[in-house]
Write a protein that binds this ligand. Structure first.
Ligand code: NAG
Length: 423
Protein backbone atom coordinates (compact mmCIF):
# COMPACT_ATOMS: atom_id res chain seq x y z
CA UNK A 1 0.00 0.00 0.00
CA UNK A 2 2.90 2.33 0.59
CA UNK A 3 4.34 2.00 -2.88
CA UNK A 4 3.96 5.20 -4.80
CA UNK A 5 4.12 7.31 -1.68
CA UNK A 6 6.83 9.84 -1.15
CA UNK A 7 9.23 8.49 1.48
CA UNK A 8 8.71 11.18 4.09
CA UNK A 9 5.01 10.37 4.35
CA UNK A 10 5.64 6.64 4.73
CA UNK A 11 8.09 7.37 7.56
CA UNK A 12 5.56 9.70 9.19
CA UNK A 13 2.84 7.07 8.91
CA UNK A 14 5.02 4.48 10.59
CA UNK A 15 5.99 6.84 13.42
CA UNK A 16 2.40 7.94 13.85
CA UNK A 17 1.22 4.33 14.06
CA UNK A 18 3.73 3.70 16.86
CA UNK A 19 2.60 6.79 18.76
CA UNK A 20 -1.10 6.28 18.21
CA UNK A 21 -1.71 3.73 20.92
CA UNK A 22 -1.05 6.45 23.51
CA UNK A 23 -2.39 9.40 21.60
CA UNK A 24 -5.35 8.57 19.33
CA UNK A 25 -6.57 11.23 16.96
CA UNK A 26 -9.49 13.20 18.26
CA UNK A 27 -11.59 14.88 15.53
CA UNK A 28 -13.59 17.96 16.45
CA UNK A 29 -16.80 16.09 15.57
CA UNK A 30 -17.61 12.43 16.30
CA UNK A 31 -17.96 11.50 12.62
CA UNK A 32 -18.53 7.80 13.16
CA UNK A 33 -21.33 8.15 15.69
CA UNK A 34 -23.12 11.46 15.15
CA UNK A 35 -24.67 12.41 11.81
CA UNK A 36 -23.30 15.33 9.83
CA UNK A 37 -26.14 17.76 9.05
CA UNK A 38 -25.21 20.91 7.27
CA UNK A 39 -25.35 23.35 4.42
CA UNK A 40 -22.90 24.63 1.84
CA UNK A 41 -21.94 28.30 1.83
CA UNK A 42 -21.92 28.34 -1.98
CA UNK A 43 -21.45 31.26 -4.34
CA UNK A 44 -19.86 33.51 -1.73
CA UNK A 45 -16.05 33.24 -1.74
CA UNK A 46 -16.16 31.50 -5.15
CA UNK A 47 -18.61 33.08 -7.60
CA UNK A 48 -21.21 31.01 -9.43
CA UNK A 49 -23.34 32.82 -12.00
CA UNK A 50 -26.56 30.98 -11.07
CA UNK A 51 -26.25 31.81 -7.36
CA UNK A 52 -25.80 35.55 -7.91
CA UNK A 53 -27.07 36.22 -11.45
CA UNK A 54 -27.49 39.96 -10.87
CA UNK A 55 -23.77 40.38 -10.25
CA UNK A 56 -23.12 38.93 -13.68
CA UNK A 57 -25.98 40.73 -15.41
CA UNK A 58 -24.64 44.03 -14.03
CA UNK A 59 -21.47 43.58 -16.10
CA UNK A 60 -23.48 43.87 -19.32
CA UNK A 61 -21.05 41.39 -20.87
CA UNK A 62 -22.24 37.95 -21.90
CA UNK A 63 -18.64 36.70 -22.18
CA UNK A 64 -18.34 36.96 -18.38
CA UNK A 65 -19.24 33.42 -17.34
CA UNK A 66 -17.12 32.65 -14.25
CA UNK A 67 -14.89 34.39 -11.67
CA UNK A 68 -11.89 34.33 -14.04
CA UNK A 69 -13.71 36.26 -16.76
CA UNK A 70 -15.46 38.40 -14.12
CA UNK A 71 -12.01 39.67 -13.12
CA UNK A 72 -10.57 39.75 -16.66
CA UNK A 73 -13.26 41.17 -18.93
CA UNK A 74 -14.38 44.29 -17.12
CA UNK A 75 -12.77 47.28 -15.49
CA UNK A 76 -10.64 45.89 -12.70
CA UNK A 77 -11.72 48.49 -10.16
CA UNK A 78 -15.35 47.72 -10.95
CA UNK A 79 -14.76 44.01 -10.54
CA UNK A 80 -12.90 44.56 -7.29
CA UNK A 81 -15.65 46.79 -5.86
CA UNK A 82 -18.36 44.34 -6.88
CA UNK A 83 -16.51 41.40 -5.28
CA UNK A 84 -15.81 43.33 -2.08
CA UNK A 85 -19.43 44.36 -1.80
CA UNK A 86 -20.54 40.78 -2.38
CA UNK A 87 -18.16 39.33 0.21
CA UNK A 88 -19.28 41.93 2.75
CA UNK A 89 -23.01 41.60 2.22
CA UNK A 90 -23.96 38.10 1.01
CA UNK A 91 -23.20 36.44 4.37
CA UNK A 92 -23.13 37.62 7.94
CA UNK A 93 -23.10 36.01 11.36
CA UNK A 94 -26.90 36.04 11.30
CA UNK A 95 -26.83 33.33 8.62
CA UNK A 96 -24.69 31.15 10.87
CA UNK A 97 -27.04 31.77 13.80
CA UNK A 98 -29.97 30.67 11.64
CA UNK A 99 -28.08 27.60 10.43
CA UNK A 100 -27.33 26.53 14.00
CA UNK A 101 -30.91 27.29 15.10
CA UNK A 102 -32.16 24.94 12.36
CA UNK A 103 -30.51 22.00 14.11
CA UNK A 104 -27.53 21.81 11.76
CA UNK A 105 -23.99 21.10 12.92
CA UNK A 106 -21.79 21.74 9.84
CA UNK A 107 -21.08 24.30 7.16
CA UNK A 108 -18.92 23.50 4.15
CA UNK A 109 -17.23 26.61 2.80
CA UNK A 110 -15.86 26.61 -0.75
CA UNK A 111 -12.72 28.67 -1.36
CA UNK A 112 -10.59 29.01 -4.51
CA UNK A 113 -6.83 28.54 -4.75
CA UNK A 114 -6.54 32.20 -5.76
CA UNK A 115 -7.43 33.30 -2.24
CA UNK A 116 -3.97 32.00 -1.32
CA UNK A 117 -1.82 32.46 -4.40
CA UNK A 118 -2.34 34.02 -7.84
CA UNK A 119 0.09 33.05 -10.58
CA UNK A 120 1.47 35.25 -13.38
CA UNK A 121 -1.16 35.89 -16.05
CA UNK A 122 -4.04 34.88 -13.81
CA UNK A 123 -6.65 37.64 -13.45
CA UNK A 124 -8.12 36.58 -10.09
CA UNK A 125 -8.71 39.29 -7.46
CA UNK A 126 -7.83 38.55 -3.85
CA UNK A 127 -9.40 39.72 -0.61
CA UNK A 128 -11.73 36.81 0.22
CA UNK A 129 -9.49 35.13 2.79
CA UNK A 130 -10.37 37.49 5.69
CA UNK A 131 -14.02 36.61 5.08
CA UNK A 132 -13.23 32.91 5.40
CA UNK A 133 -11.60 33.73 8.73
CA UNK A 134 -14.68 35.73 9.77
CA UNK A 135 -16.96 32.85 8.83
CA UNK A 136 -14.89 30.43 10.89
CA UNK A 137 -15.31 32.80 13.83
CA UNK A 138 -19.09 32.94 13.29
CA UNK A 139 -19.19 29.15 13.08
CA UNK A 140 -17.26 28.83 16.33
CA UNK A 141 -19.55 31.33 18.07
CA UNK A 142 -22.54 29.23 17.06
CA UNK A 143 -21.18 25.76 17.69
CA UNK A 144 -20.92 24.84 14.00
CA UNK A 145 -18.11 22.75 12.50
CA UNK A 146 -16.48 23.94 9.27
CA UNK A 147 -15.24 21.91 6.34
CA UNK A 148 -12.87 24.16 4.41
CA UNK A 149 -13.31 23.02 0.82
CA UNK A 150 -10.81 23.82 -1.94
CA UNK A 151 -13.29 24.37 -4.75
CA UNK A 152 -10.95 25.56 -7.48
CA UNK A 153 -7.38 24.48 -8.28
CA UNK A 154 -4.92 26.07 -10.73
CA UNK A 155 -5.85 25.13 -14.29
CA UNK A 156 -9.29 23.96 -13.06
CA UNK A 157 -9.84 20.40 -11.87
CA UNK A 158 -13.15 20.01 -13.74
CA UNK A 159 -13.73 22.92 -16.13
CA UNK A 160 -16.92 23.86 -14.25
CA UNK A 161 -17.62 27.56 -13.73
CA UNK A 162 -17.69 26.83 -9.99
CA UNK A 163 -13.98 25.95 -10.11
CA UNK A 164 -13.36 29.60 -11.02
CA UNK A 165 -12.70 28.85 -14.66
CA UNK A 166 -15.16 27.38 -17.14
CA UNK A 167 -13.20 25.36 -19.71
CA UNK A 168 -14.07 22.72 -22.30
CA UNK A 169 -11.41 20.46 -20.75
CA UNK A 170 -9.84 20.79 -17.32
CA UNK A 171 -6.18 21.80 -17.10
CA UNK A 172 -5.19 20.83 -13.55
CA UNK A 173 -4.26 17.14 -13.69
CA UNK A 174 -2.17 17.31 -16.87
CA UNK A 175 0.16 20.03 -15.59
CA UNK A 176 2.57 19.08 -12.80
CA UNK A 177 3.15 22.74 -11.93
CA UNK A 178 -0.54 23.15 -11.25
CA UNK A 179 -0.60 20.08 -9.00
CA UNK A 180 2.51 21.21 -7.12
CA UNK A 181 0.98 24.63 -6.58
CA UNK A 182 -2.12 22.95 -5.18
CA UNK A 183 -0.02 20.82 -2.80
CA UNK A 184 1.62 23.97 -1.49
CA UNK A 185 -1.73 25.70 -1.04
CA UNK A 186 -2.99 22.65 0.85
CA UNK A 187 0.01 22.91 3.20
CA UNK A 188 -0.88 26.56 3.78
CA UNK A 189 -4.54 25.77 4.47
CA UNK A 190 -3.67 22.84 6.74
CA UNK A 191 -1.24 24.82 8.86
CA UNK A 192 -3.61 27.80 9.02
CA UNK A 193 -6.28 25.65 10.71
CA UNK A 194 -4.22 22.92 12.41
CA UNK A 195 -4.71 24.46 15.83
CA UNK A 196 -8.46 24.96 15.49
CA UNK A 197 -9.84 21.41 14.94
CA UNK A 198 -12.87 22.05 17.16
CA UNK A 199 -14.19 24.50 14.56
CA UNK A 200 -12.37 23.55 11.36
CA UNK A 201 -12.92 19.86 11.93
CA UNK A 202 -12.16 18.88 8.34
CA UNK A 203 -10.49 20.00 5.14
CA UNK A 204 -11.58 18.88 1.69
CA UNK A 205 -8.44 19.08 -0.46
CA UNK A 206 -10.26 19.23 -3.82
CA UNK A 207 -13.87 19.50 -4.91
CA UNK A 208 -15.13 17.36 -7.79
CA UNK A 209 -12.01 16.43 -9.76
CA UNK A 210 -13.06 15.26 -13.22
CA UNK A 211 -12.70 11.50 -12.82
CA UNK A 212 -15.13 11.11 -15.73
CA UNK A 213 -12.29 12.21 -18.03
CA UNK A 214 -10.51 8.93 -17.41
CA UNK A 215 -7.60 7.14 -15.77
CA UNK A 216 -5.08 9.92 -16.41
CA UNK A 217 -7.15 12.13 -14.10
CA UNK A 218 -7.81 9.41 -11.55
CA UNK A 219 -4.10 8.54 -11.25
CA UNK A 220 -3.26 12.16 -10.47
CA UNK A 221 -6.18 12.43 -8.06
CA UNK A 222 -5.15 9.31 -6.15
CA UNK A 223 -1.60 10.60 -5.69
CA UNK A 224 -2.98 14.01 -4.74
CA UNK A 225 -5.12 12.36 -2.02
CA UNK A 226 -2.01 10.67 -0.60
CA UNK A 227 -0.07 13.94 -0.65
CA UNK A 228 -2.99 15.85 0.86
CA UNK A 229 -3.27 13.29 3.63
CA UNK A 230 0.34 14.02 4.51
CA UNK A 231 -0.22 17.76 4.34
CA UNK A 232 -3.45 17.82 6.38
CA UNK A 233 -2.73 15.11 8.94
CA UNK A 234 0.92 16.16 9.53
CA UNK A 235 0.87 19.96 9.35
CA UNK A 236 3.46 20.57 12.08
CA UNK A 237 6.59 19.47 10.22
CA UNK A 238 7.04 16.55 12.64
CA UNK A 239 5.47 13.13 13.15
CA UNK A 240 2.82 14.78 15.32
CA UNK A 241 -0.64 14.21 13.85
CA UNK A 242 -3.33 16.86 13.61
CA UNK A 243 -6.94 16.18 14.56
CA UNK A 244 -8.17 17.47 11.20
CA UNK A 245 -10.22 15.07 9.10
CA UNK A 246 -9.38 14.72 5.39
CA UNK A 247 -12.49 14.74 3.18
CA UNK A 248 -11.80 13.13 -0.19
CA UNK A 249 -14.18 13.34 -3.13
CA UNK A 250 -15.25 10.28 -5.11
CA UNK A 251 -14.26 11.99 -8.39
CA UNK A 252 -17.63 10.92 -9.84
CA UNK A 253 -16.71 7.24 -9.57
CA UNK A 254 -19.02 4.63 -8.07
CA UNK A 255 -18.24 4.14 -4.37
CA UNK A 256 -17.07 0.60 -5.19
CA UNK A 257 -14.14 2.19 -7.06
CA UNK A 258 -12.83 3.43 -3.70
CA UNK A 259 -13.46 0.25 -1.69
CA UNK A 260 -10.44 -0.41 0.53
CA UNK A 261 -8.90 3.01 -0.11
CA UNK A 262 -7.04 4.70 2.80
CA UNK A 263 -8.35 2.41 5.51
CA UNK A 264 -7.50 2.46 9.21
CA UNK A 265 -5.40 1.67 11.11
CA UNK A 266 -2.71 3.01 8.81
CA UNK A 267 -4.86 5.91 7.61
CA UNK A 268 -6.75 7.86 10.25
CA UNK A 269 -9.44 10.50 9.97
CA UNK A 270 -10.37 9.99 6.31
CA UNK A 271 -13.90 10.62 5.03
CA UNK A 272 -15.32 10.30 1.53
CA UNK A 273 -17.61 12.91 -0.01
CA UNK A 274 -20.11 12.03 -2.72
CA UNK A 275 -22.42 14.48 -4.51
CA UNK A 276 -25.92 13.38 -5.42
CA UNK A 277 -27.81 15.44 -7.96
CA UNK A 278 -30.77 14.36 -10.08
CA UNK A 279 -30.87 17.33 -12.46
CA UNK A 280 -27.87 17.09 -14.79
CA UNK A 281 -28.98 14.63 -17.46
CA UNK A 282 -31.95 14.35 -19.84
CA UNK A 283 -33.07 11.14 -18.12
CA UNK A 284 -32.92 12.69 -14.65
CA UNK A 285 -34.95 15.80 -15.44
CA UNK A 286 -37.58 13.57 -17.07
CA UNK A 287 -38.15 11.55 -13.88
CA UNK A 288 -41.44 11.81 -12.01
CA UNK A 289 -41.54 13.15 -8.46
CA UNK A 290 -42.04 9.59 -7.18
CA UNK A 291 -39.02 8.40 -9.17
CA UNK A 292 -36.88 11.15 -7.65
CA UNK A 293 -37.87 10.02 -4.16
CA UNK A 294 -37.20 6.36 -5.00
CA UNK A 295 -33.80 7.20 -6.48
CA UNK A 296 -32.84 9.00 -3.28
CA UNK A 297 -34.03 6.19 -1.03
CA UNK A 298 -32.16 3.64 -3.14
CA UNK A 299 -28.82 5.22 -2.16
CA UNK A 300 -29.11 4.31 1.51
CA UNK A 301 -27.85 0.74 1.26
CA UNK A 302 -24.72 1.60 -0.66
CA UNK A 303 -23.91 4.42 1.76
CA UNK A 304 -24.43 2.24 4.83
CA UNK A 305 -21.99 -0.40 3.61
CA UNK A 306 -19.16 1.86 2.45
CA UNK A 307 -15.94 1.40 4.39
CA UNK A 308 -14.96 5.05 5.11
CA UNK A 309 -17.06 7.76 6.76
CA UNK A 310 -19.25 8.78 3.85
CA UNK A 311 -20.82 12.24 3.64
CA UNK A 312 -23.22 13.35 0.91
CA UNK A 313 -21.58 16.74 0.72
CA UNK A 314 -23.78 18.20 -2.01
CA UNK A 315 -27.42 17.50 -2.90
CA UNK A 316 -30.52 19.51 -3.61
CA UNK A 317 -34.30 19.45 -3.53
CA UNK A 318 -34.36 20.75 -7.12
CA UNK A 319 -35.77 18.31 -9.67
CA UNK A 320 -35.22 20.58 -12.65
CA UNK A 321 -32.24 22.45 -14.08
CA UNK A 322 -34.44 25.52 -14.54
CA UNK A 323 -32.50 27.94 -12.35
CA UNK A 324 -31.05 30.60 -14.67
CA UNK A 325 -27.39 29.90 -15.55
CA UNK A 326 -27.37 26.61 -13.61
CA UNK A 327 -25.77 24.85 -16.58
CA UNK A 328 -23.56 27.86 -17.22
CA UNK A 329 -24.25 31.49 -18.05
CA UNK A 330 -25.99 31.75 -21.41
CA UNK A 331 -26.77 28.00 -21.50
CA UNK A 332 -30.37 26.84 -21.29
CA UNK A 333 -32.14 24.10 -19.38
CA UNK A 334 -32.83 20.48 -20.32
CA UNK A 335 -36.16 20.55 -18.53
CA UNK A 336 -37.32 23.51 -20.63
CA UNK A 337 -35.75 22.09 -23.80
CA UNK A 338 -33.46 25.10 -24.23
CA UNK A 339 -30.23 23.18 -23.53
CA UNK A 340 -28.47 22.12 -26.76
CA UNK A 341 -29.83 18.75 -27.93
CA UNK A 342 -32.51 18.47 -25.24
CA UNK A 343 -36.26 17.95 -25.59
CA UNK A 344 -38.71 19.90 -23.46
CA UNK A 345 -40.03 18.01 -20.42
CA UNK A 346 -42.25 20.81 -19.17
CA UNK A 347 -42.56 24.44 -18.14
CA UNK A 348 -40.23 25.75 -15.45
CA UNK A 349 -42.91 28.02 -14.12
CA UNK A 350 -43.89 27.12 -10.54
CA UNK A 351 -40.98 24.68 -10.18
CA UNK A 352 -38.09 27.15 -9.96
CA UNK A 353 -37.63 30.80 -9.02
CA UNK A 354 -39.55 32.51 -6.23
CA UNK A 355 -41.07 30.41 -3.46
CA UNK A 356 -44.25 32.50 -3.82
CA UNK A 357 -44.85 30.75 -7.16
CA UNK A 358 -44.71 27.24 -5.63
CA UNK A 359 -48.01 25.38 -5.17
CA UNK A 360 -48.79 23.70 -1.88
CA UNK A 361 -48.59 20.26 -3.53
CA UNK A 362 -45.12 21.09 -4.88
CA UNK A 363 -44.05 22.26 -1.41
CA UNK A 364 -45.36 18.98 0.03
CA UNK A 365 -43.26 17.12 -2.52
CA UNK A 366 -40.19 19.18 -1.57
CA UNK A 367 -40.76 18.20 2.06
CA UNK A 368 -41.04 14.52 1.09
CA UNK A 369 -37.93 14.72 -1.06
CA UNK A 370 -36.06 16.37 1.81
CA UNK A 371 -37.07 13.65 4.25
CA UNK A 372 -36.30 10.88 1.72
CA UNK A 373 -32.84 12.24 1.05
CA UNK A 374 -31.80 12.85 4.64
CA UNK A 375 -33.17 9.43 5.60
CA UNK A 376 -30.99 7.78 2.96
CA UNK A 377 -27.93 9.94 3.58
CA UNK A 378 -28.08 9.29 7.31
CA UNK A 379 -27.52 5.63 6.52
CA UNK A 380 -24.06 6.96 5.76
CA UNK A 381 -22.35 9.58 7.92
CA UNK A 382 -24.72 12.41 7.03
CA UNK A 383 -25.26 15.23 4.61
CA UNK A 384 -24.56 18.81 3.64
CA UNK A 385 -27.16 20.37 1.36
CA UNK A 386 -26.25 22.61 -1.54
CA UNK A 387 -27.00 25.38 -0.49
CA UNK A 388 -27.95 27.74 2.34
CA UNK A 389 -29.03 30.54 0.04
CA UNK A 390 -28.96 32.01 -3.44
CA UNK A 391 -30.02 35.43 -4.66
CA UNK A 392 -33.62 35.57 -3.36
CA UNK A 393 -36.32 34.67 -5.84
CA UNK A 394 -34.02 33.17 -8.46
CA UNK A 395 -33.68 29.55 -7.32
CA UNK A 396 -35.57 29.25 -4.06
CA UNK A 397 -36.04 25.49 -4.50
CA UNK A 398 -32.28 25.16 -3.88
CA UNK A 399 -32.21 27.23 -0.69
CA UNK A 400 -32.29 25.70 2.79
CA UNK A 401 -33.11 29.12 4.20
CA UNK A 402 -36.12 29.51 1.87
CA UNK A 403 -37.23 25.99 2.76
CA UNK A 404 -37.21 26.89 6.46
CA UNK A 405 -39.07 30.15 5.82
CA UNK A 406 -41.71 28.51 3.64
CA UNK A 407 -42.18 25.27 5.53
CA UNK A 408 -40.85 22.62 3.15
CA UNK A 409 -37.82 22.19 5.40
CA UNK A 410 -38.57 21.55 9.09
CA UNK A 411 -37.15 23.70 11.91
CA UNK A 412 -35.14 20.63 12.96
CA UNK A 413 -34.03 17.78 10.69
CA UNK A 414 -35.42 15.36 13.27
CA UNK A 415 -39.01 16.66 12.79
CA UNK A 416 -40.39 14.18 10.29
CA UNK A 417 -43.79 14.32 8.60
CA UNK A 418 -43.01 11.28 6.43
CA UNK A 419 -40.92 8.98 8.63
CA UNK A 420 -41.69 5.97 6.40
CA UNK A 421 -40.93 7.71 3.12
CA UNK A 422 -38.22 5.18 2.22
CA UNK A 423 -39.98 2.07 3.53
C1 NAG B 1 1.29 24.69 -16.34
O1 NAG B 1 0.69 25.61 -15.48
C2 NAG B 1 1.47 26.76 -15.20
C3 NAG B 1 0.71 27.58 -14.18
O2 NAG B 1 0.55 26.85 -13.00
C4 NAG B 1 1.73 27.53 -16.47
O3 NAG B 1 2.57 28.62 -16.20
C5 NAG B 1 2.38 26.63 -17.50
O4 NAG B 1 2.48 27.29 -18.72
C6 NAG B 1 1.56 25.36 -17.70
N1 NAG B 1 2.28 24.44 -18.56
C7 NAG B 1 1.75 23.96 -19.67
C8 NAG B 1 2.61 22.98 -20.43
O5 NAG B 1 0.64 24.24 -20.06
Amino acid sequence: MLSGLAKPLSVLLALAALARADNPINPGFPYGSEKVRGVNIGGWLVLEPWITPSMFDATGNSAIVDEWTFCLLQNRGTAQASLQNHWQTFYSESDFQQIAAAGLNHVRIPIGYWAFEVGPGEPFIQGQLPFLQDAIGWAGNNGLKVIVDLHGAPGSQNGFDNSGQRLSFPGWHSNATNVQRTDKIMMTIASMFANNPNVVSAIAPLNEPAGFDGDAVLDVVRQYWFDSYGNIRFPFGTSQESNTVVVLHDAFQPLSFWDGFMQPPMWQGVAMDTHQYQVFSDAQVAMSQQQHIQAACALGGELSSFDLWIIVGEWTLAITDCAESLNGRGIGSRFAGTFPGSTEVGSCSGLSGPASSFSSSYKTFLRQFYEAQITAYEEGSGWIMWLWKAQPGTADEWSYQMGLQNGWIPQSPTDRQFPNICN
